[in-house]
Design a protein around this ligand. Structure first.
Ligand code: B12
Ligand code: SF4
Ligand code: SF4
Length: 386
């Protein structure tokens, strides 16, 4: 493929809203960190990932005959506050899977036009496909994989969402970031934490000690997993560490010194919804399922459903401390919420945390669901119950 055409395509894709566009060859295969991750259970209940593990490790199983992968980065940094309660920064936009996909459709059409490619010569993904996006992005030189497991860019810090185009066309690969390492392993210059030096800020800052090793997240302990992916009860021992985080977690991203290079994103492929992250906790606790559906339509939060958001809101409220004892009446009401045993269970925990256990006598007498009864039993065992 001519380099000139590739550069024409890259420039076109840049105007669509992708901030970084780089290419990696598909050989040699990636380091397999996945098999051990699944074998040791660090994927929690993300079984759909395990089922597609062979594809994640071998792009030929995704697109037979594939030769190159284009990795794209979308800068989503904004200087705006992440809210109180705190939301993952990507959540203050409409669902990026939908909006970035529109950019990928246009990037694909440009491929067809400029390279005379056919529509079945490529496949694109943003997040949900069986592609190890961070690893390929590192190989393409978009950045390096930090000790926080994130793909970190030297020009945008931690704040890139990633997308991939797998193609049968043989594109000219870009160089990965290299660093001279004395006594490096053969593939040592792609290893985790390449440009981290002695820094361990992210590992030290994680509120729930979710790093099993540098670059290896145990999803079972990760707040992002617990508040977004887990559809059930959040383990009691992790709830205090969740603090004010109502949806996702950016702690190990925020503390990274590479963010000094971050600048405000153009957001051509993102649609801001700052109104959501400005909602006070008090209003979230008052949401009805109908109001939830209307407010969060088209956002990544909709997948949580009312039940998941209210569950998280109860945990945040329970962590609020004495100053927010004003939330107590709302939590006592939620401890009897007929819509969801999951919400009742977390509301019970929060009420006890705020010292209001004695107000739950009626709710407790009426309770029959095992997960809520388990919370009452745990409180009895903790010595907090009255
Ligand atoms: C599953 C998943 C999660 C899980 C698991 C997280 C994890 N660390 O794997 C949970 C729900 C916890 C999660 C959380 C988050 N996620 Co997420 N997640 C994914 C997803 C779908 C798959 C990632 C995956 O394959 N994990 C499995 C592990 C084993 O793979 P890995 O971490 O890439 O590890 C590889 C290497 O490290 C290597 N390796 C492992 N050990 C070793 C050892 C040596 C010596 C070497 C050389 C290599 C090596 O092998 C592994 C691959 O084989 C990707 C999208 C995608 N398709 O890639 C998004 C993705 C990684 N997530 C993303 C984001 C934004 C987040 C959050 C910031 C969201 C939030 N604010 O709450 C947090 C950050 C948590 C963190 N620090 O990682 C972005 C990251 C963008 C970026 N710049 O890196 C992605 C790429 C989505 C996207 N398209 O933008 N996520
Ligand atoms: S996202 Fe939060 S909980 Fe997960 S590893 Fe990073 S700091 Fe820890
Ligand atoms: S905080 Fe420090 S150790 Fe963690 S990823 Fe950033 S530079 Fe690396």
């Amino acid at each position: 493929m001519s380099r000139e055409r590739q550069e024409t395509w890259r420039a076109r894709v840049g105007t669509l809203g992708f901030d970084l566009v780089r290419v990696a060859a598909l050989t040699p295969p990636l380091h397999d960190g996945l098999t051990e991750w699944f074998a040791s259970g660090k994927h929690a209940d993300l079984d759909w990932m395990e089922r597609t593990a062979p594809k994640r490790l071998d792009p030929q199983l995704v697109l037979p005959g594939a030769k190159s992968i284009v990795m794209l980065g979308v800068n989503y940094w904004s200087p705006k506050s992440a809210g109180n309660p705190t939301w993952a920064r990507y959540a203050s936009h409409e669902d990026y899977h939908d909006t970035i996909k529109l950019g990928l459709v246009a990037a694909g059409r440009a491929l067809e036009e400029i390279f005379d490619a056919k529509s079945d010569d490529y496949r694109y993904y943003v997040d949900t496909g069986p592609v190890l996006e961070r690893e390929w992005a590192a190989r393409a030189g978009l950045g390096f994989v930090g000790k926080n497991a994130m793909l970190i860019s030297r020009t945008h810090g931690n704040w890139l969402l990633l997308a991939a185009i797998l193609t049968r066309m043989e594109l000219e690969p870009d160089e990965p970031i290299r660093k001279k390492i004395v006594n490096a392993e053969p593939d040592g210059d792609r290893s985790i934490g390449l440009l981290c030096g002695k820094c361990t800020r992210c590992l030290d800052a994680c509120p729930t000690e979710a790093f099993a090793a540098p670059g290896v997240v145990d999803a079972r302990r990760c707040i992002s997993y617990q508040t977004i992916e887990n559809k059930g009860v959040i383990p009691r021992e992790l709830r205090p560490g969740i603090g004010r985080r109502i949806f996702g977690c950016d702690v190990c991203l925020e503390v990274c010194p590479w963010n000094r290079f971050a600048r405000e994103g153009r957001r051509l492929l993102l649609s801001a919804r700052d109104d959501l992250t400005e909602l006070p906790l008090r209003d979230i606790l008052e949401l009805t399922p109908v109001r939830f559906a209307a407010l969060f339509r088209g956002t990544p939060i909709k997948r949580l459903k009312w039940t998941g958001l209210l569950r998280n809101a109860c945990v945040v409220a329970g962590n609020a401390g004495d100053g927010d004892a004003l939330l107590l009446p709302q939590l006592v009401r939620l401890a009897s919420a007929p819509e969801s045993a999951l919400v009742r269970a977390h509301a019970v925990w929060a009420v006890y945390r705020l010292g209001g256990g004695s107000e739950l006598a009626a709710a407790r007498a009426a309770e029959a669901d095992p997960i809520v009864l388990a919370e009452y039993a745990a409180e009895a065992g903790s010595g907090r119950a009255t």
